[in-house]
Every structure is written in C-alpha cells, then in structure tokens.
Ligand binder design. Structure first.
Ligand code: GDP
Ligand code: CA
Length: 344
C-alpha cells in the first residue's frame, strides 16, 4: 500500500510515528511543510522537516516535541555573548550541526529535497520525507505594534511574540513562484490513500495546499483528515490564533469546512465533536489524543481503515508485529479510552 501524508511539525510527526506503526509494510511518503523555514546566523533552518526527521529517527526531545534530545546550548550562549540577534530562537548545539550540513549542501547547489534525503540517510525515519517545495516560500504575518503595521517572519510572531499580537494577515511569500518538489506530485498520483494529520490547518497543512498543483492533485484521491481541534481548542499550541487570523472558528467543524470538498472524503473528530458533519464527507468520532505511540497508531489505523472503506477496499490488515507494538502500553491506552477495537 502507498500512503501519502502531509505534515507540519509536532502534530504531524507524532501522527506519523503512529502511521508507521499502523502500516509497517506500506510505503509512506511525507510532504513536509517548509513555510516555517528561516535563515538564522547564515544557516538555513527547517523546523518542521527536522521535527519529523528527529521524531521518526529517535533523536527528538520528547518533552519539548521539537529539537534534539540530550541537547546543550553552548553555541547559543556564545552568540548571545557577542550580542548576536535573534536571541529568541532556541537552537541547540546538536541541532546546529544539522543546519550547518543543510546550508553547506544548499550553498553547493543541491536542492532542499536532495539535502533532506541526505540528512535522512542518517536518521532513517522509515518514510520518504520530501519538502513541499525546493523553492523559497515563507510564511509571514502582518501585525500592528509600536513600530506600525508590518510583516514579520512567522517564527518571530510564533516564537518571539507567542502569537500574542493578533495576526491581521498570514501570507505565504513566494507561493506564486513555488513548484512542488520533485516526487511530490508523483507520490500523490501513486497513492492509495492520503492523510491530513492533525497539523496546524493554517500554517502547516494550509501552507502545503497553497503550493501550485498540490491541492488539485489531492482532490482526485481518497483523503482522510484528523482534526487538530478538540472541543473548540487546539490540543497544544496556538492554532486558534492562526484560524482567527483567516476568519475561521476554532472548531473541528470549521476546519473541516476550511479544507472542504472535494479535497476531504473522511474526517476523524474527537468524541466530544461527534456532531460535526459536511455533505460528501464521512465523519467518524473517536479518541484523538496522541498520548503515546500506540494511541497515535490507533488513530492512524482508524484513518487508514476509513480511507480503505471510502475507496471501496477491504481495509488495512494490521501486521501481528504492529498489533503487538500497539498493545505495548495497554493501561495508558485504556486510560485514554483509545482501544484498537474502535478503529475496526
Ligand atoms: P507544529 O508545526 O510544530 O506547530 O506542528 P503541527 O502543525 O504538525 O501540529 C500542530 C497541531 O497539532 C496543533 O494545532 C495541535 O492542536 C495538534 N495536536 C497536537 N497534539 C495532538 C493530539 O494529540 N491530537 C490531536 N488531534 N491534535 C494534536
Ligand atoms: Ca511548524
């Protein structure tokens, strides 16, 4: 089975870890968001690609959800001692190495997709990770503050300001000129199922969908989405600030309508959002909190089963290994009310 999943950072990466467990024999292609990318201290930083790569490769800081585990911050301290800006973006020493390698390869002329493949040779994420585009398309946010009305980089709004200043507009600068990276449209064309994980609907999934040709390619496929909004709030982070900026309510219903048809065919919502409905979309309510990998795998399995049913297929039989792995932390899973039986 060939599966394509879009992905932002934390929500995407945690879902993908479940997807890999749920479908161990499938070929999974991940189209990663690069709208968050930023150049800092002369280095190209791709936060979402790295979160996916580190999470699936076992190098992630689990508590934080981004960055490397066993990290130190000597370089950051030294930069601060020189008064170098910005000081609000936290890059650890181990993480710096990734950005150095990436920048070196980009400067040598390799496209980001080739660089990402090279970085993944070390991390072995078990999926094929492709940036949405090799071109520069960066999310900027229009804000009004003491310096007037101006556009700032998404990271400055998200990390420095913690989205506390209202976003008047969220713009993907360079979107008109950006083409899907090599392999993106091919993977979509060959996919049996496409998954929209519970990533930020505006600045992760919404950004990928703005790259020419990607939305259109997805519209002809069986697409199942997982709601990142539960009971009127994001599970973590500040996605509500992004939704408000584009005039969309922070509800599972409004996000479904934002994606809309013919893009989405199936939509997983949490049990408290069981009333969500849209013509032409099959909505299924189930536990959607990714407490751990087995819980994420249960959600992924439900998404794949729904996709298979919508495509008229027989469903994805879980391998015995996957079932054993999914059963790993049974108590926690039961506490969260996410039994595999829900997915079948
Ligand atoms: P980011 O790029 O690091 O912000 O990560 P993503 O865009 O991939 O994901 C952020 C979204 O993930 C947020 O809107 C959260 O609500 C959502 N999210 C995080 N954890 C969970 C979870 O356990 N379940 C669900 N349904 N959504 C989650
Ligand atoms: Ca992100």
């Amino acid at each position: 089975m060939r599966i394509v999943s879009l992905a932002g950072g934390i929500g995407g990466a945690r879902f993908l870890r479940g997807l890999r467990t749920a479908a161990p024999d499938s070929e999974i292609t991940v189209i990663g968001n690069t709208g968050d990318d930023i150049s800092l201290y002369g280095l190209r930083v791709c936060p979402d690609l790295d979160t996916v790569m580190y999470t699936l490769g076992g190098g992630i800081n689990e508590e934080q959800g981004w960055g490397r585990r066993e990290e130190s911050h000597v370089v950051k301290e030294e930069l601060a001692a020189y008064g170098v800006e910005p000081q609000w973006f936290g890059l650890g020493d181990r993480d710096f190495a990734t950005h150095i390698v990436r920048t070196q390869m980009l400067d040598a002329g390799y496209p980001l997709s080739a660089v990402t493949e090279a970085l993944c040779a070390r991390w072995q994420p078990g999926v094929r990770l492709i940036p949405m585009t090799d071109d520069r398309a960066e999310t900027h946010v229009v804000v009004s503050d003491e310096r007037g009305r101006r556009a700032i980089h998404f990271q400055e709004w998200w990390v420095r300001l913690r989205a506390s200043v209202p976003a008047e507009q969220i713009i993907l600068v360079g979107a008109d000129q950006a083409a899907p990276a090599p392999g993106v449209l091919e993977a979509v064309a060959a996919a049996d199922a496409v998954i929209l994980p519970p990533s930020n609907p505006v600045v992760s999934i919404g950004t990928i969908l703005q790259i020419k040709g990607i939305r259109e390619a997805l519209e002809s496929k069986t697409v199942v989405g997982v709601s990142p909004i539960i009971g009127g709030a994001p599970v973590r982070g500040m996605a509500d600030a992004c939704l408000t900026a584009i005039g969309v309510e922070t509800t599972a219903q409004a996000v479904l309508e934002l994606y809309g048809t013919p893009l989405v065919n199936g939509w997983l919502v949490a049990e408290e959002d069981a009333g969500v409905a849209l013509d032409g979309v099959e909505v299924q309510a189930r536990p959607l909190i990714m407490h751990d990998v087995p819980a994420a795998a249960d959600i992924a399995r439900a998404a794949l089963d729904l996709a298979a049913r919508l495509a008229g297929g027989a469903g994805v039989p879980a391998s015995p290994d996957a079932q054993r792995e999914a059963a790993g932390t049974g108590t926690e899973r039961e506490a969260a009310g996410t039994g595999t039986e829900d997915a079948r």
